[in-house]
Write a protein that binds this ligand. Sequence first.
Ligand code: GLU
Length: 283
Amino acid sequence: MLTRFAPSPTGELHLGHAFSAVLAHDAARGAGGRFLIRIDDIDGSRSREEFIGASLADLAWLGLDWDGAPVRQSARLGDYAAALDVLRARGLVYPCFCTRADIVASLSAPHGPSGAVYPGTCRDLPDVDRARRMVTEPHCWRLDMARATAEAGELVWEEKGQGLRTADPVAHGDIVLARKDAPASYHLASTLDDANMGVTHVIRGADLIASTDVHRLLQALLGLATPLYHHHALVCGLDGKRLAKRDAAASLSALRAAGIDGPALAADLAADRLPAGYFLQNP
Ligand code: GLU
């Protein structure tokens, strides 16, 4: 068994992260397996170096240990570009020149699990226009969802406690695989990394279950192994809302400063026991 915890270094870790990290760590260690850390730092404008060190210090405070040095997504950009080349050569991605405002302005854009569903404006541009605009206009790369799902056929994955689940990526529309300002999107980077790291069990919050529809599709298109998945309940505050990075009181550094014992907290979380004022909820 090989599991991972993959924080984005855009803020401090909180109790929700601790719960996820403890589940992934204990699952691997309990089975004599390996536990890796991945730093999801492809978003150069939001990632901050100081949060990487702070996150690792928080995990160590909880008493978690991991195998090897943390994997950094910013060091794996070549792999993401190579995968995009493969999809491009098969005509499964296309450049999109639309701005956010263009997409919002499109009245027909409904909302899907990944935000506004792209109306497809750039999907069928004539090749000459495309070639000309690519030279001068910033563009992202989108997956042609209709073609991709036609090629991939029916997709399932095994979800802990639920058996086989059918992946339905269509509702996401033509998602972005490489951004204007970053060489890969979360979906592409996370899927490639989990396969490359040899992750056998993806253990993460239930807020990401819809993303797995897309990840399962990318696995099929790129010939990657499908891990088992466990999307766990989310830690919420008394207001019923799941914790966010702005909830400073629930940050691990605040709990540490308040004198809480890290390994004791990890043991409580492993048994679904949360500190007063917090509870687990399935979205
Ligand atoms: N980096 C993502 C996050 O912090 C998690 C990615 C994943 O587990 O797939 O939300």
